[in-house]
Design a protein around this ligand. Structure first.
Ligand SMILES: [Fe+2]
Ligand SMILES: [Fe+2]
Length: 190
């Protein structure tokens, strides 16, 4: 597996500066959340650092890599190929960086859409991406606090923000996001 230094050099080369700084910030936030919830700090650190490694690829590249690895490109990915940057990032983490951990793979792969029955690490990376200190959107302070108090409720809120945003833009909703939200609402209500 690549050293963290090697990963950072790669990210600096592949990402614009804003996205690179965001990656470092997600790394640090993910570590804080891992400590808070008793998750492996090192896994959170690596997954947080790497999660957006494919973010600056264009839609054509993203679809190509996903296709080459046997993933079917459904119509939602044709409409919004950027949704593939999680999955393609996970492929790069595994094949280029040599990160073999399945939970890290999934945390990177599903950080864009979420899904039902997410692992603790998946939840941490999804939320760290949402609430890292460089993020600015209405309601972020409240969500930032909630992220350390009730991870499931915070996740539902962040799904709500995403769903509203996608609907407002008139785009398709990814089924994983809806299933992820339904699943958590059931858990939280029990
Ligand atoms: Fe991302
Ligand atoms: Fe991100």
């Amino acid at each position: 597996m690549w050293s963290e230094e090697h990963i950072e050099t790669y990210l600096k080369d592949k990402l614009d500066n804003k996205r690179f700084l965001h990656s470092l910030s997600v790394r640090d936030t993910a570590v804080k959340m891992a400590i808070c919830y008793g998750e492996d700090e090192n896994k959170a650190r690596i997954a947080g650092l790497v999660h957006d490694c494919a973010k600056n690829m264009n839609g054509y590249e993203l679809m190509n890599i996903a296709r080459k690895h046997g993933y079917k490109i459904s119509s939602i990915y044709e409409e919004s190929p950027q949704l593939l940057h999680g999955l393609v990032g996970a492929i790069i983490a595994k094949e280029t960086m040599g990160i073999k951990d399945k939970d890290i793979f999934n945390a990177i792969a599903y950080h864009t859409t979420g899904r039902k029955n997410m692992s603790l690490l998946e939840k941490i990376i999804y939320l760290a991406d949402y609430v890292e200190p460089l993020r600015k959107y209405p309601g972020v302070e409240e969500l930032r606090e909630l992220a350390y108090k009730d991870i499931n409720k915070a996740l539902i809120q962040s799904f709500d923000v995403t769903i509203k945003y996608v609907v407002e833009k008139g785009q398709m909703l990814h089924l994983n996001t809806i299933e992820g939200r339904n699943y958590l609402i059931k858990i939280v209500g029990e």
